[in-house]
Design a protein around this ligand. Sequence first.
Ligand SMILES: Nc1ncnc2c1ncn2[C@@H]1O[C@H](COP(=O)(O)OP(=O)(O)OP(=O)(O)O)[C@@H](O)[C@H]1O
Ligand SMILES: [Mg+2]
Length: 235
Amino acid sequence: MGDAPAIELNQVTVRHGKRTVLDIDDLRLTDERIGLIGANGSGKSTLLRCLNGLVTPSSGQVRVDGLDTAQSIRQVRRKVGFVFQDPEAQIVMPTIAEEMDLGLKAQRLPSSVRRERMADALQRFGLQGREEDSAHLLSGGEKRRLTLASIFAMHPDILVMDEPTIMLDLPGRRQFRRMIDPLPQRVLIATHDLELLEGFQRVLVLDDGRIHADGSPRAAIEAYLDLVDAREAAA
Ligand SMILES: Nc1ncnc2c1ncn2[C@@H]1O[C@H](COP(=O)(O)OP(=O)(O)OP(=O)(O)O)[C@@H](O)[C@H]1O
Ligand SMILES: [Mg+2]
């Protein structure tokens, strides 16, 4: 760990119509575990989507390992694995094995390597032996594990996840945490699940598209709570 490529944002804005939904001066992300918190609509998903070119900045640059996401989208997507908030939006194939193989085939890996990667990822995320099961009949938590396994199998350098624990019960959230803790990748997570951020190196608080606070989980969560209190008092 520690040698995953850096993520850099320089003078980035994202505008929709007249509205600026993201406005970030300079940001360099090199920590192993990074959280992103903030109110609904504060720009978390927009920021994450900038990291693998799902959203192109209206101005400024986003670079992953020095590659501009607007120009080198294919290379950037090999480095940045993106786990969507909604597993339903990510799962497209009928069975677990076919879903896992989709990304691996796209990387043109030989079948022996694909088999190894698949077996390792299924084992890691507790889906071993279920290769032929219907992907669409899995429970919500199992679908989440399948999406993690299929992205992990592609061996990205960075894992970006948008609200990954949103549908999980307490045991499921704990299990998710145990799954991500040993991963060698840099992990970036946007979440409303503040407990998930315990032990992270760095947490950013977004407010109206801007970085309101940036620090340890404890300091960032405190800043977020103060912000929410201040907003409530002003309302
Ligand atoms: N394609 C789009 N067109 C217009 N507005 C958009 C588009 N995408 C995002 N927005 C707006 O940008 C703002 C930030 O959205 P974003 O999804 O990044 O918020 P978020 O912090 O992820 O919120 P949540 O916690 O609800 O997931 C929202 O007000 C949203 O309506
Ligand atoms: Mg979001």
